[in-house]
Design a protein around this ligand. Structure first.
Ligand code: NI
Length: 195
């Protein structure tokens, strides 16, 4: 777990939430309180936080919005999205973030889906953030295909190793991507990546 990250010192202008599961929203309220960040998510999650007094921006699948940092599109994902207490968290999604220079696809927690093939019809993805841990999301084999579907050769792997069901062999995963001339990046906790 990311015990060496002090969330009280994190800086954020926006918090993008793909879905309402506990491992994705646990620190949202504290970070939003500390920073005044705007929470961007699906309609139900944005409304949930809006009702608690946080700044929020609601979206839904297929919709885009021009923010001051770039344009965000909320994409389809196959997963679930209840809050830890069972409150309905809308439908899960992912994000495409377009800046002047680069475009990032954050798949969110999802299965491999044919909808990913629609993405390169509209966007040129420089970095795809894909779950690779299996069991709750697609595993590394499906992620290799997803990278192909979105036509991206640079993949940041997420949603692995944090709990028992999703342990992976990191070197084996990197090899899987290398075999098809793609790069799998697996960051250490606290490190960062320039796109
Ligand atoms: Ni999830």
């Amino acid at each position: 777990m990311a015990t060496q990250i002090d969330i009280t010192t994190l800086k954020a202008d926006y918090i993008l939430i793909t879905h309402a599961h506990q491992d994705h929203i646990l620190d949202v309220e504290q970070i939003a309180t500390n920073t005044g960040a705007t929470i961007v998510s699906n309609y139900e999650i944005a409304t949930y936080y809006g009702a608690k007094g946080f700044e929020s921006h609601p979206m839904n699948h297929g919709g885009s919005w021009q923010f001051d940092f770039g344009r965000v599109t909320y994409t389809n994902a196959i997963h679930t999205s209840s809050f830890p207490d069972g409150t309905y968290g809308g439908q899960p999604g992912g994000f495409i973030i377009e800046s002047v220079e680069k475009t990032i696809y954050i798949a969110g927690d999802t299965a491999l889906t044919m909808d990913m093939k629609l993405i390169p019809m509209q966007f040129t993805i420089d970095l795809a953030v894909l779950p690779i841990g299996d069991n709750f999301t697609m595993g590394m084999n499906s992620a290799v295909i997803a990278a192909d579907f979105v036509q991206c050769n640079r993949i940041l792997g997420v949603h692995y190793d944090t709990f028992g069901y999703i342990k992976i062999d990191r070197e084996f995963a990197k090899l899987k991507f290398k075999e098809v001339n793609k790069e799998l990046i697996l960051l250490e906790v606290g490190s960062n990546l320039e796109v």
